[in-house]
Structure formats: structure tokens, C-alpha cells
Design a protein around this ligand. Sequence first.
Ligand SMILES: NC(=O)c1ccc[n+]([C@@H]2O[C@H](COP(=O)([O-])OP(=O)(O)OC[C@H]3O[C@@H](n4cnc5c(N)ncnc54)[C@H](O)[C@@H]3O)[C@@H](O)[C@H]2O)c1
Length: 319
Amino acid sequence: METIRHLTVAGSGVLGGQIAWHSAYKGKIVVVYDISDAAIANCRQMHAHYAAIYKSEVGASDTDIEATVARLRYSTDLADAVVTADLVIEAVPEVPEIKDRFYRELAPLLPAHTVIATNSSTLLASDFAEATGRPSQFCSLHYANLIWSMNLVEIMAHHATSDATLTLATRFVIETGMVPIAVQKEQNGYLLNTWLVSLLNSAQTLVTNGVGTFEDVDRTFLKVALGAKVGPFGIIDVVGTNTVMNILRHWGNVNQDEQMLRNAAYVQGHLVDQGRSGIGVGAGYYDYPSPSYQQPGFLDVPDISAVASIVERVRPNRE
Ligand SMILES: NC(=O)c1ccc[n+]([C@@H]2O[C@H](COP(=O)([O-])OP(=O)(O)OC[C@H]3O[C@@H](n4cnc5c(N)ncnc54)[C@H](O)[C@@H]3O)[C@@H](O)[C@H]2O)c1
């Protein structure tokens, strides 16, 4: 096989939905697979939303959008979803047990030639290589969120990934208009999430421990980060609070990091359990489509009348 024509994306959530849409836009024939009918329905809605974004921001014509839609198919039957797959990109939740179970279910259903890639944010392909039943045909392809503007894929091998697999995967990345980033050693978090997870966790610690409000943490970031447009809590909303919670909980448990576990519990209690799963549903830390950090005045010197409310928050708690 010289090139990937048929792609199956497993997991139709935030990232799976984007990878599927974008790859179809770039000419690949794509099946979107999920275990849940509700998730597939939501993904179809997101694809309609992406169609509008690709027209307004990427320059897609009506014909391009019709062709993209024609190349997409949706399924909740795994055997059906992978029957023609040259490549399966796994984008199921960042929970090792779910991924492991998925690969074991997938293994006996795949055509012999099919290559698999995980889009995991922080886990290693090594962790699942045995479960895939085809370690040499398995690697990591990690996409950045908001794929149409942040067109970046980190390519990472594990000890048994073959050169042929890496060649196919890298070709696929370039053919679909993504900037390939070579991760030269297998490492949890690649080049991007190694620092991004630390940033988000540190920001969340400030809020969990009541040191500052999420808006003030973002304000400090936006003021000093040389033209950044989104702060850590705006990023959490883009990533999705479920995925952030899963990552904090997993690494909190692995590293026995009590603060990280408290951060996971905070995100669950204040956001996930309240249905505030992020920008996709219009609510996370911020409310969309007009989050306060994008409002005029967010970074301005406030009116003098703000003094009392600021003093009230800064003064020591003398109870
Ligand atoms: N959100 C991000 O910014 C981002 C960026 C890069 C990578 N990732 C990674 O991509 C993966 C998915 O993250 P997400 O944010 O899209 O999650 P998500 O929660 O938005 O979506 C996960 C989807 O997987 C489905 N699912 C659950 N079990 C499944 C199974 N056994 N088979 C098929 N589908 C199943 C769920 O129904 C859901 O639709 C994770 O590994 C995450 O770390 C996320």
C-alpha cells in the first residue's frame, strides 16, 4: 500500500469528529465510528458546524463541502466501520481501560494491511501495542485541536513500529495538509502536551485552591503572553472538560499527585457534572459564543469603583 485512501476514525467526539471531517475534506474516504448513537448525532451536528467554518475560514466552496459530505459515512458497528480501512485513527476517551478494550475488540476485525494510530494526548502507543495484535503497524498520530487552523500532527513511534508504517502515516499527514512534527523519542505528552498539561494543571491548581479566579488567571496570561488570544481556561474549554478531567485523574493516580486528583475532582464537580463540557456545547469555564475574555475591556484598567470588590477578594480571611 503506497497511500491511505480509506480512513476509519474511532470515537466521534471533539477530536475524532475534527479528524474525520478534515480528512474527508482533503479527499480521504472516511467512516466515523462510535459506540453511541447520541455521539454520532452530535458529531453530524458538529460536521454541519465545521462546514460553515471551512467556508468562512478555510475558503471551501459549496462543491467542496458537498464532496466532503459525500466522502463521510457514520457507523456504530465496528466490523462494518473497519471493513475497508487502510488506517484506523483511535480517538476514544483518554482512559487506558477503554482504549485497551477497544483495541482488543478491533484486532480480529481488521484487514491484514490496516495500519492503526492512536490520537491519545498523554498515553504511549507502547501501552497498547500488544492489544492491537499488530505492533509493527501501530504508531501515534497526535492532532492539535481546532485542526483547520492549528494544522499540526505529532508523529511518534513505539519500539516495534515499522518504517513502512511510519512512511504511510507521515505521507497521510502531509497529504491531508498537516504539519508533521517528528517526536524523536517515545514520551508521554509528545512535544506539545508535555508543557500544555503542566500549564493547564498549574492554572487549575490556582483555581482549585482558591488563589485566584479563572478569569484572573487568564487575564494574567493574556496580558503577558506576547499576543496570546486564549488563556489556560479558554484552552480547557477548547480541549473539552471531560478530556481534561480524564488526563488529570489518570496522571494524578499514576504519580500519586494529590493536587492533580483534587484538580480532577474540581473539574468534574464544577464543570463535567454540570453539563459544562466545553465550547462544543456552548458552556465550559466560559459561556459561548461570547466568552468574557473576548469582551472589550477584559484586559483594561477597571473603573475606580472596582476597588471595594477587589479589596474584598484580596483581604485575609480572618474568621
Ligand atoms: N480534546 C482535545 O483537545 C484532544 C486533542 C488531542 C488528542 N485528544 C485525544 O483524543 C482522544 C479523544 O478525546 P476527545 O477530546 O475527542 O474525547 P471526547 O470525550 O470528546 O470523545 C470521545 C468519544 O469516544 C466515544 N467512545 C467511547 N468509548 C468508545 C469505544 N469503545 N469505541 C468508540 N468510541 C467510543 C464517546 O462516545 C465519545 O464520542 C483522547 O485520547 C484525547 O486525549 C484530545
